[in-house]
Design a protein around this ligand. Structure first.
Ligand code: ADP
Ligand code: MG
Length: 266
């Protein structure tokens, strides 16, 4: 019985890969190699998106992390997009995820099995991106979320992603960029009423001389019990990095940004 099921799954995989290969899918050899991401469910969803014309091309991998992998693709209207595929995660990562889900009234009724948790994680990033994008904050524009796949606008051009702040050793207007990131933090709190909660040089991309903030799945509403702590850490990370690079001679004290926090948590 079980063997039969495995066989059917493999056969199904082969069939979908064959179909995908007939569509505009570059580097389709990835599907074989990276089976960790491209399980039957993901392959079927990608096939579905290509068939419906939501995606026109699916290209190579941009980044590979523990929780997700990000790919470059072309969507309807020939726009470049980033496709983030969240992996089904282990216990340690699940525990981390729950810290940002419990206390977030929008999502805390989630089922705790890995699959449901990861779907929630993807929907949480989509919701956070939507709220921030609508508030006019510099984040990728979310396009669609389906199970564990999120499609958003691509920061970069011609398949080349923009550099992360971490990867740069020079900035045109460092003081201005610093202020733009601090403004993001404040405006996100006051207008989108969200705290990024993992802000650092790894989650800021510099494109066209401007900072874009990415990686929003862990962001929490200002009402989350740990929101104040997360906010403080975000500001400290940015301050520390700008001082380390000697891009600014002084930073805005954390207290000044976090100072009126009590008005939010009460
Ligand atoms: N919208 C995007 N446009 C271009 N590149 C992106 C985009 N989103 C993510 N990336 C790339 O993928 C990497 C991982 O994405 P991120 O959302 O930070 O996930 P994680 O850090 O959890 O792996 C980023 O460091 C960046 O290089
Ligand atoms: Mg990241």
């Amino acid at each position: 019985m079980r063997r039969e099921k495995v066989f059917n799954t493999l056969e199904l995989r082969e069939k979908i890969i064959e179909k995908l290969q007939r569509m505009k899918v570059k580097r389709s050899e990835d599907f074989e190699v990276l089976s960790e991401v491209f399980n039957v469910e993901v392959l079927m969803q990608l096939y579905d998106m290509l068939r419906k014309g939501l995606l026109k091309e699916f290209n190579g991998e941009i980044s590979s992390g523990k929780e997700s992998k990000v790919f470059h693709a072309i969507a309807k209207g020939n726009v470049e997009v980033a496709v983030k595929i969240y992996l089904i995660v282990n216990t340690e990562i699940r525990r981390m995820m729950l810290k940002y889900i419990i206390g977030d009234k929008r999502f805390e009724r989630v089922k705790s099995d890995s699959r449901s948790l990861v779907y929630t994680w993807a929907r949480k990033e989509y919701a956070n991106l939507s709220t921030m994008h609508e508030a006019g904050l510099p984040v990728p524009k979310p396009i669609l979320v389906q199970k564990n796949i999120l499609v958003m606008s691509f920061i970069g051009e011609n398949g080349q992603r923009a550099p992360l702040l971490k990867e740069l050793h020079e900035l045109k207007n460092p003081r201005e960029t610093y202020m733009e990131i601090i403004n993001f933090i404040v405006k996100s709190r006051d207008e989108a009423r969200l705290i990024h909660a993992d802000l650092s040089e790894y989650n800021v991309m510099i494109w066209d001389g401007k900072p874009f903030i990415i990686d929003l799945s862990q962001a929490v509403p200002v009402t989350h019990p740990l929101a104040g702590e997360f906010l403080r850490r975000d500001v400290e990370n940015i301050n520390r990095f700008f001082m380390k690079r000697r891009w600014v001679s002084e930073t805005i004290p954390v207290e000044e940004v976090v100072g009126d926090w009590l008005t939010y948590s009460s």
